[in-house]
Design a protein around this ligand. Structure first.
Ligand code: GAR
Length: 200
C-alpha cells in the first residue's frame, strides 16, 4: 500500500473526491495518510479529520519558504510518504524539493494544458481567462510536477463544454464536477499502482 500525502490550500473538494474514491474501493493501491494545508482557514483540514486522516497546518507565510519546505520534507520522510498529491495547492515548490520527489508528485490543473496554464494561472483566474478567450471547450489535467509550472508529463485529461452564459464560478463548478473529481482519483490509483509495481 502506497502512503500518500495530499497538499492543499483551500476548500479541498478534490481531496474529498480522492477520499471518497478510496473508501469506495476505487483507489486500492494507496492510502491518504496525511493532509497538509499551507495556510490558515483551509476547510480541507476539517475534511481530512472527518475521514479520520491526520491533518497538519504548516503556515507558509509564518514559517517562510525555506523553513516551510524543511518541515514539509521532515514530515513526509517521517511518515514514509511515497506519493505527494497537490490538490489545489498554491505554493510553488522549489526545484530542490521537486528533485527529491522526482516523478512522485502529481498536480491537478483546471484547464486542458497547455491552454491557460503556467505562472499566474490558478483557481478562478483560469476560468476567467478561458471565458475571456471565448473557448468552447475547456477541462482539467492531471500531470507530473517538474520544475516548470504546469509543465510536467500529462497523465490524464478530460474535456468539458463551455456553455452560453457561463460565469467563471459556474464554469469552475462544471469543470470540477465533470472532470477534476473524475480524473484525479483515477490518476492517484494509476500512480499508486505504478509505484507498487516498481517495488515488487
Ligand atoms: C481546483 O479547481 C484545482 O484544479 C485548482 O484549484 C482548485 C482547488 O479546489 N488548482 C489550481 O488552479 C492549481 N494551478 P479544491 O480545494 O476544492 O480542490
Amino acid at each position: 500500500m502506497v502512503r500518500i500525502a495530499v497538499l492543499t490550500s483551500g476548500g479541498g473538494t478534490n481531496l474529498e473526491a480522492i477520499l471518497c474514491a478510496e473508501e469506495a474501493g476505487e483507489i486500492r493501491s494507496g492510502r491518504v495518510e496525511l493532509v497538509i494545508a499551507d495556510r490558515e482557514g483551509c476547510h480541507s483540514l476539517k475534511r481530512a479529520e472527518n475521514h479520520g486522516r491526520k491533518a497538519i497546518l504548516l503556515d507558509r507565510k509564518k514559517l517562510g519558504r525555506a523553513a516551510f519546505e524543511e518541515k514539509l520534507l521532515e514530515i513526509l520522510k517521517s511518515e514514509n510518504i511515497a506519493l505527494v498529491v497537490l490538490a489545489g495547492f498554491l505554493t510553488i515548490l522549489s526545484e530542490a524539493f521537486i528533485r527529491r520527489y522526482s516523478d512522485r508528485i502529481i498536480n491537478i490543473h483546471p484547464s486542458l494544458i497547455p491552454s491557460f496554464s503556467g505562472k499566474g494561472f490558478y483557481g478562478l483566474k483560469v476560468h476567467e481567462a478561458a471565458l475571456m478567450r471565448g473557448v468552447k471547450i475547456t477541462g482539467a489535467t492531471v500531470h507530473l510536477v517538474n520544475e516548470i509550472p504546469d509543465g510536467g508529463r500529462i497523465l490524464f485529461q478530460k474535456a468539458v463544454n463551455v456553455e452560453d452564459g457561463d460565469t467563471p464560478e459556474i464554469l469552475q463548478q462544471r469543470v470540477m464536477r465533470e472532470a477534476e473529481w473524475v480524473i484525479f482519483p483515477k490518476a492517484v490509483e494509476y500512480m499508486s499502482a505504478k509505484i507498487e509495481g516498481e517495488r515488487a
